[in-house]
Design a protein around this ligand. Structure first.
Ligand SMILES: [Zn+2]
Length: 462
């Protein structure tokens, strides 16, 4: 879900940061008590995920279950246009919460886009982790035989790491640790389900005012089966964050490609600059070798012959990764060590997300996250924090790789049926399904309703 707009600020308001109260069942925004505030561009405000704190009235439908009706709603507005759809900030009429509505257009235009979208919503539906954007709801098409678009609801986030980095505001060491811990925590969860994200970059890491971070955009993600011998596309991952095995045309690769991306993101976070900021994939590979030294034959074992020949023609380089300490005056030797472990040329030598979470660098981020941001730990009656037994849980309901194979064999007709069945069978929020009404071929707006008499429909318009 790229191109999220910014709104609000990460502040140093200690008092707000310690307040974890809830109003009418809707969590208030908490402000993480960091040493320095972060201001973000408010000219393109995306709204708040904290929901409205305005007074609410209870409404009972004669035909459906009880719902909460807002006394005042935030106006709906567009907050992003991505390669695969549009995103609005809207108020869910069933909960009065501000949420993100994503329109996936032309889903059934061809087989590959249909499979990609079905895979994405299946994955989103399985996520239950603070640091991974999950699915709140899928709107029901009014006509199961004729629908070209899918509308999904997710948590609304206020900004993303790319916008925060390019805003050039000072980020403190505490921010780096808190963000990095959350990226790795979310990634450990994804990788435990054999899901490779394949497009990790700062713009796909959504961030809230309280520094809560969620990994988003699973348009390129896939379930990886280590026993599978099938070729995988290497046309993945935005170039600056692309692992060397992808740049060298490896036909099989693993979740280690995501860890490489995290290394690049971490370096960008601490320095404010893209680590390998070069023009094309060849220059990208050359820049990596310039920093890490000429790779061994073993490190290039999965590479295509042309890429190996290219590397062999290059002048021999020594490993200069200790120079990463100059990325920022705040870099310490143990920070460099942490980064070096993620930026290994050989994917087999690269640290895993679970191993990276054992590094001393992330300890402070863990402590802060589970004190101020998480939903897994609780406060006891005396206000003491009671930590969850497992602070970095695994995915509990992974998608079976067999499903990927079934998906690969589906015809367009079967896909449309399966997607429709998936949507209809999925439990709706508050037991009240939202339904798309009408079909607007110009994609100017979509109208949807609760399907309950006298309930005002939402019209996200841009
Ligand atoms: Zn926790």
């Amino acid at each position: 879900m790229p191109n999220h707009s910014n709104h609000g600020a990460v502040g140093d308001d200690q008092q707000n940061g310690m307040n974890r109260r809830q109003t009418s069942g809707i969590p208030q925004a908490t402000v993480y008590p960091l040493h320095a505030s972060i201001s973000v561009d408010s000219s393109s405000a995306a709204g708040s995920s904290s929901g409205s704190s305005s007074a609410m009235e209870t409404n009972r439908s004669t035909t459906g279950p009880q719902i909460i009706a807002p006394a005042k709603q935030e106006p709906d507005r567009q907050i992003g246009i991505g390669a695969f759809g549009y995103v609005w900030a809207v108020t869910d009429p069933r909960t009065n919460r501000q949420v993100a509505l994503k329109k996936m257009s032309n889903v059934f235009q061809n087989l590959s886009s249909s499979k990609r979208v079905f895979r994405e919503i299946r994955m989103l539906d399985s996520f239950r982790n603070d640091n991974v954007l999950g699915l709140l709801d899928v709107l029901r098409p009014s006509n199961g035989d004729f629908f070209e678009e899918i509308y999904i609801l997710t948590e609304l986030m206020e900004s993303d790491l790319h916008r925060i980095i390019v805003s050039k505001q000072p980020l403190h060491d505490d921010h780096h640790k808190l963000f990095t811990y959350q990226i790795l925590r979310g990634l450990k969860y994804l990788h435990s389900a054999n899901i490779i994200h394949r497009d990790l970059k700062p713009a796909n890491l959504l961030v809230n005012q309280n520094c809560l971070l969620r990994i988003c955009d699973f348009g390129l993600a896939r379930v990886w089966d280590p026993r599978d011998k099938e070729n995988m596309t290497h046309e993945v991952v935005t170039q600056h964050y692309r692992a060397p095995e992808l740049l060298m045309g490896a036909r099989r690769y693993s979740s280690a490609v995501d860890i490489w991306s995290v290394g690049c993101i971490f370096a960008e976070l601490v320095s404010g600059k893209i680590l390998f900021d070069v023009g094309g994939p060849v220059e990208q590979l050359d820049a990596i070798i310039e920093l890490l030294g000429t790779p061994t034959q073993q490190a290039m074992s999965g590479a295509c012959l042309g890429a190996v020949a290219h590397v062999q023609k290059l002048k021999k380089c020594r490993d200069k990764s200790e120079s990463l300490i100059r990325l920022s005056p705040k870099m310490m030797p143990f920070t460099v060590d942490f980064l070096q472990k993620m930026l290994k040329f050989d994917p087999l030598c690269r640290v895993t997300a679970a191993q990276a979470l054992e590094h001393a660098y992330v300890q402070l981020g863990r402590a802060r996250f589970h004190t101020h941001n998480c939903t897994c730990c609780t406060d006891d009656a005396e206000g003491r924090r009671v930590h969850a037994p497992n602070l970095e849980p695994l995915h509990q309901n992974p998608i079976n790789p067999v499903w990927e194979k079934e998906l690969a064999r589906m015809t367009m007709f079967e896909l449309r049926d399966s997607v429709h069945k998936f949507i209809i069978d999925r439990p709706a929020v508050c037991g009240i399904p939202l339904t798309i009404e009408g079909f607007d071929s110009g994609h100017r707006y979509a109208e949807y309703t609760t399907g309950i008499p006298n309930r005002k429909p939402i019209k996200p318009v841009w």
